[in-house]
Design a protein around this ligand. Structure first.
Ligand code: 1HN
Length: 352
């Protein structure tokens, strides 16, 4: 194989002439853009401990009134990508958001897709397109692209949740913007996860005749997800990962166009090698404590911690408790990779 030519090999006057016309030779940097076999990844395997985040977020509650923040958030930024890049992985934005009793995070809508995953406290809610969605610990709330959403808090004590957005992608393609709106009238309808889409395998009969809806189900209560994992585990083989995908019940596919969500149960004392995937990934600990190895980096996680891994990573997860299961929530960018036709899983661990 011939080595590619370098920039330095080219005469200075030639390079200056190119620059003058906004031109670049491709060959000196071709291998940066097209490495052989596996992408170049700057994303670091990284852990954000809830014990570190929580006091700083509560302090933000004292330092910055909600009116001066709109959303009171600390961003979980991946140091491998540079903190200024404001992303946990190349495509996934993560933040921890605090809302205090009586506060309101005003109504708006925007092009990036978002989700909230409730971490601590009770009494907060999100209203999405007039549907009031309670946020109990572990609940997943979707705020799909361009839909109105606002948050409030009717309980006592701080409420904290994890935000995940496809903001890095939407911003990088210069398509991210938002519109502010008046507070939404709440329509007199219980949230649909408690009514129309109560059980997997059952749909409102009229849904069979209607066009499939993009976002029929906006809240996935953790109590149901946890119970489903425990039930599913009974039918899984000993080495099969106990992992369930959150889906759109009308299409059977992922519930947002860009990001995918799943819940994982690690049986008591279990260690699982996840198949290597082309998607980048984030894990948030709902219950339990254990370890992870991501591309050789060791991570020790406990409840409410969050950790991230790059695309194409070798990931092992271990539950350190030999008596109780551990539960993780996960976000990945598989849906956007699928829509680009590049999503892959690999049978073999990555070669060093
Ligand atoms: C957003 O709309 C929320 O609605 C939270 O709570 C975090 C980060 C970037 C852009 C929009 C929210 C956000 C966000």
């Amino acid at each position: 194989m011939t080595a590619l030519g370098t920039l330095e090999e080219l005469p200075l006057d030639y390079r200056q002439a190119l620059t003058g016309f906004n031109l670049l030779p491709l060959w000196p940097s071709l291998r940066n853009f097209l490495p052989y076999g596996k992408p170049i990844r700057k994303t670091a395997p990284v852990l954000w401990r809830y014990d570190d985040i929580r006091p700083l977020l509560l302090r933000a509650g004292e330092l910055t009134p909600i009116e001066k923040a709109e959303r009171r958030v600390l961003v979980l930024a991946n140091p491998g990508l540079g903190l200024d890049a404001v992303r946990a992985t190349p495509t996934i934005y993560l933040g921890m958001q605090l809302i205090l009793p009586g506060e309101a995070a005003p109504n708006h809508r925007h092009t990036p897709s978002a989700i909230r995953f409730a971490v601590e406290g009770e009494g907060a809610y999100t209203v999405v397109e007039g549907e009031k969605l309670p946020m109990a610990r572990g609940d997943l709330i979707l705020t799909p692209p361009k839909l109105w959403h606002e948050h409030g808090h009717e309980g006592n004590g701080p409420v904290i949740w994890l935000d995940a957005l496809d903001l890095p992608l939407v911003h990088d393609i210069e398509a991210s913007y938002c519109i502010d709106g008046e507070s939404q009238p709440v329509v007199n309808m219980p949230d649909s996860s408690q009514t129309a889409y109560r059980r997997a395998g059952l749909l409102p009969y009229t849904a069979l005749d209607a066009q499939k809806r993009d976002f029929p189900l906006l809240r996935f209560p953790w109590v149901d997800v946890r119970q489903a994992l425990l039930g599913y585990a009974e039918g899984c083989g000993p080495h099969e990962p106990v992992r369930l995908a959150y889906i759109n019940p009308e299409t059977g596919r992922e519930c947002l166009p860009t990001l995918g969500f799943s819940a994982l149960m690690l049986r008591p004392g279990e260690e699982v090698d996840l198949p290597r995937r082309s998607a980048s990934v984030v894990f948030h600990v709902v219950e339990g404590a254990g370890e992870a190895q991501i591309d050789g980096t060791d991570i020790r996680w406990t409840e409410a911690d969050t950790f991230a891994g790059p695309t194409h990573a070798d990931i092992t997860l271990r539950n350190n408790n030999s008596a109780a299961p551990a539960f993780l929530f996960s976000v990945d960018d598989a849906p956007m990779q699928r829509s680009l036709g590049i999503y892959e899983t690999f049978d073999e661990p990555a070669k060093a």
